[in-house]
Design a binder for this molecule. Structure first.
Ligand code: NAP
Length: 259
């Protein structure tokens, strides 16, 4: 399907690996020129080279921590006038409700709520003036169904979701859509990290921990970064202009809910 976004300009944050990389690859396949970001330059440059060699698009990289003021300023300067923004950053660590102090919450809020809000605030005026824009925030299935050990993530992402619910309705008259993509368990480094933690806690192998988690998913497998990226690219396409303020689950049916 032609997504109708060839020649658009997109920023994908936290995109050297995992879900962000999946989004970058799918947008590049659709002909979008990209600005990519991650903290580590080596993996970021490798991903940029891979995309340049597979697709005829321009790729600029900015190695920076997107959760800092300086990092966002550097990324936004390189990005210029954007048509597409994909917000992403690493997720907060697991723990117990009693572990976390104010500073832990501030860090999680900075990474998973205030950073995407700051980036939206920076790019929305230009998109609205030009009459076209697409924003996709990578959040989590925990927005719909809490993951108890990820209390910091549950809290920060719920805040972002509330912001998007109202803001998306305010910018939609200008041809700009904002939606959230909610990953369930996907086969990325993050998932391997959580499997490793479960294996250590349960005294089992990582393979067993993965198998156990797969059994909690009706599709009986982890999602892939590729299928996640293709959904993101569709939400950024011309065809998705009537999808506004939605929270779209990609979880193999793991969240057991009718709506
Ligand atoms: P991942 O495989 O660990 O990849 C994370 C990517 O983000 C890397 O490219 C990393 O590169 C970059 N990154 C991390 N922190 C950054 C920062 N502060 N500034 C700039 N770049 C940063 O993670 P993932 O599985 O794709 O997860 C992406 C997001 O989805 C996370 O917020 C995660 O919590 C959420 N999520 C994932 C799953 C899942 O099953 N995978 C499920 C639910 C939610 P550098 O380390 O070099 O910066």
């Amino acid at each position: 399907m032609d997504l109708g976004i060839k020649g658009k300009r997109g920023l994908v944050c936290a995109s050297s690996k995992g879900l962000g990389k999946g989004c970058a690859l799918a947008l590049a396949e659709a002909g979008v020129d990209l600005v990519l970001n991650a903290r580590g330059a080596e993996a970021l440059d490798a991903t940029a080279d891979e995309i340049r060699s597979r697709y005829q698009v321009s790729v600029t990289t900015v190695a920076a921590d997107i959760t800092t003021d300086e990092g966002r300023a550097a990324v936004l300067e390189a990005a210029g006038d954007l048509d597409i923004l994909v917000n992403n950053a690493g997720g907060p660590p697991p723990g117990m409700w009693s572990d976390w102090e104010r500073d832990d919450f501030i860090k999680a809020l900075d990474a998973n709520m205030l950073t995407p809000i700051a980036l939206m605030k920076a790019v929305l005026p230009g998109m609205m003036e030009r009459g076209w824009g697409r924003v996709v925030n990578i959040t989590s299935q925990s927005v719909k169904s809490p993951i108890p050990v990820l209390g910091l993530s549950n809290s920060a992402r719920a805040g972002l979701t509330g912001y998007v619910a109202g803001t998306s309705r305010q910018v939609a008259p200008s041809g700009v859509t904002i939606n959230n993509l909610l990953p369930g368990i996907h086969a990325t480094d993050r998932a391997i990290g959580l499997d490793t933690g479960a294996a250590e806690a349960g005294g089992i192998s990582i393979e067993e921990a993965k198998h156990n988690r797969e059994q909690t998913i009706p599709a009986r497998r982890y999602g892939t970064a590729e299928e996640f990226g293709q959904t993101c690219a569709f939400l950024c396409s011309q065809h998705a202009g009537f999808i506004v303020g939605q929270n779209i689950l990609l979880d193999g049916g793991a969240v057991n809910a009718t709506l």
